[in-house]
Design a protein around this ligand. Structure first.
Ligand code: ADP
Length: 517
């Protein structure tokens, strides 16, 4: 009779002989269950409870319970409540109420299926997005690796170009024109190298490949180094370049002086570059839990509309101005990336034709300074005193550069063109120091170094100083060299002064010491 009634109201239904059958019907997709209370309480309540509990989040199966006439006892309500959520209809049922309750339960069920489909679609989209993100990340990593490899390939010949131009510049006699050509060769080589280094920094920042150091350093000293480096350019343009570091004078801070130096150099060199009259002032003071460093200029300034974009890579505020001043638009992107890696920020305040102030705020902690400080100023380059060096290098242009440099410093040099030969030659015991290229055929520089260190250990021989040389500019290259047992590392292209300082330092240092960068 109920079946006929429901069918005649357009509601399809199926009769079940037991509560178990009801549960099976619900599990296979029935929209609602219509049950008599006595069937539910007589037994099988557990199974129904399990079906109701196991529903996914979007689902709320309608269970309509026909309750006996008369008041419901608290125990009954409690027992029913423990099974799950149900809609109660008291018998004898009122037809209209009965039909509308079932209809609304079915409509509600349809809405739930809508939500299920929506959630499934959203999950599918999230998966697609996730896939795309992973592909993009993989592409980004590939790009960074590509940049690192290309830069290695470029830095190797650059070493020869810059190195040979240094050697040529020291040869005589040179005509005025020849000297001019060599100067141009040198400055072009160096600006190309700067560009490659900038590209590499961008790639490393993006790929998370930069590790920020925390070592004690003197902020005022670092800033005066930047100022003295850029004072020549400033005075060429008749600009003042002043420094105000009274607030941090003589104080030591824990941080990454190399990277901070790089940021302040970028900002100051921009300030000098974009200023025609007046000058630049670098100041530093303690600021809350850190320090703030400001570089203020009286230059061309930046349009308010463009100021928000100058920290993006390859972005320049004004292409006409930039054509006049040169640059790639990478400096600020790198500075911002580095400042953020240090937990700091960079801000800019600028007015067209009045000037700009770039401020870096970094959380540098003040630390007690060491008792005796290292001597200040750039290290004096000393003349070599006749040591005998072994140069292990397979790339002929670089052999020419490194050998000529070393001979200029007063050393004699023998060349091995792979790691195996270097080990054999070292065994003769005729050498005071090895310059070891890392990438060589047959046996690379790392393997050769390990072999030498192993032989020294087993034969009780004094360790020979080894300086690794590679065009790989990644931080890990240095670590790999030191891990293999080298004492120091120099990245190609190197300047004659840098190479000489490292050789002299090691030849003077006690055996087995490692030189800090
Ligand atoms: P680059 O200097 O190589 O162009 P940067 O990333 O260092 O690249 O700077 C991006 C742009 O921001 C510059 O091209 C210039 O338009 C603007 N800019 C940066 N510093 C200054 C400054 N001190 N004064 C005026 N404009 C500046």
């Amino acid at each position: 009779m109920t079946v006929r009634l429901l069918n005649s109201n357009g509601i399809a239904c199926q009769i079940c002989g037991s509560l178990n059958e009801v549960c099976e019907a619900l599990e296979s997709g029935a929209g609602a269950a219509l049950l008599a209370q006595e069937h539910v309480l007589a037994g099988g309540g557990d199974r129904l409870r399990a079906v109701l509990r196991q529903q996914p989040q979007w689902s709320d199966i309608a269970v309509i319970l026909l309750t006996p006439p008369g008041p419901d006892t608290a125990t009954t309500i409690d027992r029913l409540g423990q099974i799950g959520h149900m809609t109660l209809i008291k018998r004898p049922v009122q037809l209209a109420n009965f039909i509308t309750t079932i209809r609304s339960a079915l409509r509600d069920r349809e809405r739930q299926y809508g939500i299920r489909d929506y959630l499934a679609e959203r999950n599918r989209q999230a998966e697609t997005l996730n896939d795309a993100l992973q592909r993009a990340n993989a592409a980004n990593t590939a790009k960074s690796e590509f940049l690192a490899n290309v830069s290695h390939e470029i830095r190797t010949p650059m070493n020869a170009i810059i190195g040979l131009s240094h050697i040529l510049a020291r040869s005589s006699p040179l005509t005025a024109n020849q000297r001019k050509y060599i100067d141009t060769l040198q400055t072009s080589g160096e600006s190309l190298l700067m560009l490659i280094n900038d590209l590499l920094d961008v790639a490393k920042i993006e790929a998370g490949g930069i590790e920020i150091e925390t070592i004690p350093f003197q902020l005022d000293r670092m800033i005066s180094e930047v100022a003295s480096m850029l004072s020549v350019k400033a005075s060429e343009k008749a600009l003042f370049l002043t420094v105000d570091t009274a607030d941090v004078a003589g104080r030591w801070f824990a941080g990454d002086p190399t990277r901070l130096h790089q940021i302040v150099t970028n900002l100051t060199s921009n300030a000098v570059k974009f200023t025609r009259e007046g000058g630049v002032r670098i100041s530093a003071r303690r600021d809350g839990p850190g320090v703030s460093i400001a570089v203020a200029d009286t230059g061309v300034g930046i349009d308010a509309e463009k100021v928000g974009r100058i920290f993006e890579k390859f972005t320049q505020a004004d292409s006409t101005v930039t054509r006049q001043y040169g640059g790639t638009g990478l400096g600020l992107a790198i500075s911002k990336g580095l400042a953020e890696l240090m937990g700091g920020t960079i801000t800019v305040d600028s007015r067209v034709d009045k000037g700009s102030t770039f401020a870096i705020i970094v959380p540098l902690v003040e630390v007690p300074g060491p008792e005796s400080r290292a001597p200040s100023g750039p290290e004096a380059v000393e003349q070599g005193n006749g040591g005998h060096l072994l140069l292990a290098e397979d790339h002929q242009p670089n052999v020419l550069v490194a050998k000529t440099f070393a001979e200029m410093f007063g050393y004699t040099v023998d060349v091995a063109d792979n790691g195996r030969q270097a080990v054999l030659m070292w065994r003769t015991g005729r050498y005071d120091l090895i310059l070891m290229d890392v990438q060589m055929p047959e046996m690379d520089g790392l393997q050769a170094t390990r072999a030498i260190r192993e032989f020294e250990r087993t034969h009780g021989r004094a360790p020979i100083p080894i300086i690794g040389m590679t065009a790989h500019a990644l931080d890990s290259a240095r670590e790999r060299c030191l891990d293999a047992g080298m004492n120091d590392y120099i990245s190609k292209p190197f300047s004659p002064g840098d190479l000489q300082a490292r050789i002299t330092r090691l030849l003077k240092a006690p055996a087995g010491s490692t030189v800090k960068a």
